[in-house]
Ligand binder design. Structure first.
Ligand code: C5P
Length: 323
């Protein structure tokens, strides 16, 4: 019997790009948030050896370039396990970037493989393996609202935002993440007056620290005076300065994506943004009804739009194995 798991997607609630590093990566500061849209992964371990990937979507690679393949190779070694691992990927998420679909698939595969083998790796070992496979796998080992630093692979659970209705728009555009980072570097080198990368990260860092410490602070902050985090955590985060630096390089290259963000805001989103380097866009809404109405309106306008909701850490973990 295969082990079946849900592989939930993420969005980025703000992303600041820092300095380019000697290893070719960039320092990042981002808030990841898991959402309810998901793929389904089935893993079985049979006699023999090797890794087989089954997927009806021709865009999903079946070889070692697939993140699921790479994580299984490492996990089988770490578990000192033998066998032929068969991974079936039921693709429901759009393959377009920004939702972390391939990264989520890899982590879901790891969790399913552990269950199939009736063994679990220590948390530090899971995190090491996830970070080896890619920068945004580790967040799926935490779930909910997650702070990502380093190249995005160092993850810390944040105070969970309550589940919020959202609409995800997936334009038929593939954005290359390495090219978007290179374009960011070019933009920064041109803008001689722009604040240094570290200032941009510090600014968001301060906003997040204020958000986290505010409930314990005796002095009422200007945020609680305006309604407080409990009433509107999202507005609080927006005031903390969540924005996605990738918009500055991706929107000029693909103006259609800027139009998509505007369409989300016109459809009633309280906040809208590119997720990661795109091309996925999302909008956060005040109610489920307004998110559903916005998704219908956007579809009538020709956008591929789906209404969904963010997932708290508890929801994320309770639904992964509940298939
Ligand atoms: O780790 P991941 O496979 O997601 O990274 C893909 C590419 O994106 C890297 O090879 C690198 O060029 C770029 N990247 C970066 N800085 C990061 C994450 C990714 O420059 N923090």
């Amino acid at each position: 019997m295969p082990v079946t798991v849900r592989s939930f997607a993420k969005i980025n609630l703000g992303l600041r790009i820092g300095a380019a590093r000697a290893d070719g990566f960039h320092e990042l500061l981002t808030v990841y948030q898991t959402i309810a849209l998901h793929d389904v992964i089935r893993v079985s371990v049979k006699r023999g050896s090797g890794i087989e990937i089954l997927c009806a979507d021709p865009r999903v690679p079946r070889d070692e370039s697939n993140t699921c393949f790479r994580i299984v190779e490492r996990a089988m070694t770490a578990l000192r396990a033998k066998g032929r691992v068969v991974i079936e990927i039921e693709k429901r998420l759009p393959v377009q970037g920004g939702l972390g679909g391939a990264s989520a698939n890899a982590v879901a595969t790891l969790l399913a493989l552990e269950r199939a083998q009736k063994r679990t790796l220590p948390a530090t070992e899971r995190l090491r393996i996830a970070a080896e496979v890619g920068s945004d796998l580790s967040l799926f080992l935490v779930g909910g609202t997650v702070l990502g630093v380093g190249r995005g692979e160092q993850v810390y659970p944040l105070t969970d935002l309550p589940a919020m209705p959202c609409v995800v728009v997936t334009p038929e555009i593939g954005v290359s993440t390495p090219k978007a980072f290179a374009e960011w570097d070019r933009l920064c080198s041109q803008k001689l007056t722009a604040p240094p990368a570290s200032d941009r990260m510090n600014e968001l860092g301060r906003g997040l620290s204020a958000w986290l410490s505010e409930p314990y602070s005796s002095a009422p902050s200007k945020f609680s005076a305006r309604g407080g985090r409990a009433e509107n955590p999202l507005l609080w985060l927006v005031r903390a300065g969540i924005e996605n630096d990738f918009e500055q390089v991706v929107f000029p290259e693909y103006p259609e994506l800027r139009d998509g963000k505007r369409a989300l805001l016109r459809a009633g989103a309280k906040y809208a943004s590119l997720s990661g380097s795109g091309s996925t866009l999302y909008g956060l809404f005040a109610s489920r009804q307004s998110a559903m109405a916005a998704a219908s309106r956007l579809r009538r306008q020709g956008w591929a739009a789906q209404a969904t909701a963010t997932l708290t850490r508890r929801q994320y973990w309770s639904r992964i194995f509940d298939c």
